[in-house]
Each structure stands twice: as C-alpha cells, then as structure tokens.
Design a protein around this ligand. Structure first.
Ligand code: SOE
Length: 383
C-alpha cells in the first residue's frame, strides 16, 4: 500500500509509448517538486519473458501478464495505458471502475462511441483521467498558448497545422498495427492528425466545428509484420491489406471564426516528425515546428518573424531543467504531462486534456472520415 506521498503506478504496454512514459515516471520527481512521489509498481504485457525484460530495463518493480490483474492491485493507484487504441476503452473503464486514476495514450479511442463510454465512466468515477496529448507540453507550444491568451497576436484568423512523417514511404514497410483499422482506428488521421487538432484547439482556445476532407491510402497492400519495435518492423513474404489512411488533408472552421487547414501524412519524404502549427492573428502570427522544438517564431507589430529561443526559466516548464540555451527533447513533453497529471491527482482538479477533450478530438476525426467518405462535403462536427 502507498503512504501519504507515494502513489503506485501500473503501466500497460512497453513499446515506443511505454518506453517514453517510463522515462517520464522515472525522472519526473527528480526535476519537479511534486505533492506525490510515483512508484513504478507494475508493468503489464502479454509475454512473461518480454515483459520481465522490459520491466528490468525500464525500471518497473513487478509484472503482470494480464492487465485485469494490474487493475485490481492495491499497490496501483494510477493506471497508465500505452496500448494500441483498440483496448483503450475496455482498460480505462475497468480501471476507473476499480477506483484508479487513468492516463491514456492518444487518440482516446478508436471510435466516438468508445470515447463517449470513457467520458461517461470518467464522470462517474472518483479517479482523475487524462488523455496523453503530449505536444501540449512542448514549452514552445505552451508559450504560444500563453501569447494567444495575452492577446499578443489579436483575433485569430487562420490556423495552419501539419504533421508530416515519412516512416512508411517504402511500399515494403510491413503492415504494423498502426496500419490496421481494427487496432488503430484510423491511420495518419488518428495517429498524428489527432495531435494537430488537439494542438490547434489548445493554442487557440477554439474548437474545430466543421471540416471538409480528403483521405488517401497510397499503398494498399504490405508484407505482414513478423517483428516490430518502436516504429521499425520486419516483414514476411505474405501480404495483407492496409485498412487505414496514409494521409488526411482537411480544412475546417474554428468556433471563434478562424479558418483552419490540417495535413497529416506519413508520406512526406524527408520529414521525420515535422509537427507544425502557424497561427495568424489580427495583430501578429506565431509559428512552430517540432523538428526545431526549442524555438517559437513570433511576428508582431507588423514585422516579419523573429525567433524566440524557448529555453528561459520563465518559459513554461523550462525552469525545472537546464540553463538558457541548453534545450529540451521529445521525452520532456511526457515528463511535463506526468507532472501536470500528478498535480491534478493530488489536488483533485480536472486534468487537461481530459477525456472530454479527447472525445472532442475524436468527433473531429469522425467528421473528417465522414466528409472524406461523402466526397469531401462540408461536415459539421457533431456535439
Ligand atoms: C507515430 O506516428 C508516432 O509515434 C505517434 O504515434 C506519436 O503520437 C507521435 O508523437 C510520434 O509519431
């Protein structure tokens, strides 16, 4: 059992997201002064041998081979879900009903119906719940939001958001779970498009209220995956159908009147993780590219863009880390997310983004799919 300040964490899944979440749980208490000390109690995975090896490497004290056992344990108060989307709803609802706090990887679920059930379970539960849109915790993105809130760029007219990757351009790249609809829900749309929808809504404080979309699957069949690790995989000679989009492009209207465009693709040759957002307001503009994640570009007073190096102690999250100019990386965004989650758990506040925010993004994804299926008609995001 945990004492007053220690809180037990159980994590499910140990692939790419499990590794980066583990790093956040391990390091958060060393850099942030927190009301709760997380204890990495138990890791769950299906294979005993692999889960034991992952637990030893990543710093988990014990393992389970069935997540249902993890959810029941008394030494677990927080359940961290790092599995593909097809199991998010079942695990999160069981964990909330067992009285646990839940942090769940994005997108919240594979369908709007699942996300609605998760929101209902969260509303009925004692525990806190958060969806892990980690890019909100990039200091430059949090600073962009601060500038928008302070009115630095005035009334927002345009949002231009892109998430560009290229890890599946090779037609022989195997059919990993992220390319299968039954596991991932959708392709580039849900995996990376969800991030830019959330970031656009977060920075502007406006919701996407309608969209017109195109989606495409360029490579229809791929070798079946035999082994996968991170975003890499090896394939067999047998082939299978790709059942998700490779790319999704959509335009949209924001609730405050801004016009937005979104592009999510895994076919942007040369772009590795170019998560970009530009916002044009009546007084100025902001621009960000994750491939240079310690920079935010600001245009104000009618001038061109100027670079802000987001490494000053008064910039969001930065004060806990290194001296100015030393910079942060991808993993820090997860550490910041865990820090904010632990603070919400300690105070009983609603974590942000909540499951309701995750549902809101899910509704946008669903509207994009409807619009693309109907031949790109303007499609309202349903409430
Ligand atoms: C793969 O596209 C992926 O790992 C996403 O699943 C993550 O959410 C993103 O942060 C990086 O790319």
């Amino acid at each position: 059992m945990s004492d007053r300040t220690t809180i037990g964490v159980g994590m499910i899944g140990y692939a790419f997201m499990g590794r980066v979440h583990s790093q956040a749980w391990r390091s958060v208490g060393a850099f942030f002064d927190l009301p709760l000390a997380p204890r990495m109690a138990v890791l769950a995975g299906r294979s005993k041998e692999r889960t034991e090896a992952a637990a030893a490497q990543l710093g988990w004290a014990d393992i389970e081979t069935d997540w249902r056992e993890l959810v029941k344990r008394d030494d677990v108060q927080i359940v961290d879900i790092c599995t593909p989307g097809d199991s998010h709803a079942e695990i999160a609802i069981a964990a909330l009903q067992a009285g646990k706090h839940v942090i769940c990887e994005k997108p919240l679920a594979n369908t709007v119906a699942e996300a609605e059930a998760m929101v209902a379970a969260a509303a009925a539960a004692q525990g806190r719940s958060m969806v892990a849109f980690n890019y909100r915790r990039v200091p430059a993105i949090a600073l962009a939001r601060r500038y928008v809130e302070e009115g630095r760029i005035g009334e927002i007219r345009h949002v231009r958001a892109q998430y560009l990757q290229d890890w599946i351009v090779d037609p022989e790249f195997p059919l990993v779970w992220r390319l299968q609809k039954d596991k991932a829900g959708s392709g580039a749309l849900g995996d990376i498009g969800a991030h830019i929808v959330d970031a656009a809504q977060f920075v502007t404080g406006q919701n996407v209220v309608g969209v017109s979309a195109l989606t495409e699957t360029f490579i229809k069949e791929r070798p079946l995956a035999t082994e996968s690790a991170g975003l890499g995989a090896t394939g067999s000679t047998a082939r299978g159908e790709v059942t998700v989009d490779d790319a999704a492009l959509f335009i949209g209207r924001m609730s405050g009147g801004a016009l937005a465009s979104f592009e999510a693709t895994r076919f942007a040759n040369g772009r590795k993780n170019a998560m970009r957002i530009e916002i044009n307001g009546s007084l100025g503009s902001l621009a960000f590219d994750f491939e240079a994640m310690n920079e935010l570009w600001l245009s104000a007073d009618g001038g061109g863009f100027e670079r802000i190096l987001v490494t000053e102690p008064d910039h969001p999250y930065v004060g806990a880390w290194w001296p100015p100019g030393h910079g942060l990386g991808y993993e820090h965004t997860f550490t910041h997310e865990i820090k904010d989650f632990l603070e919400a758990v300690a105070t009983g506040a609603d974590p942000s983004p909540s499951f309701a925010d995750g549902l809101r993004v899910q509704r946008v994804l669903e509207a994009v799919e409807r619009s693309a299926a109907e031949g790109s008609r303007y499609t309202n995001v349903e409430d």
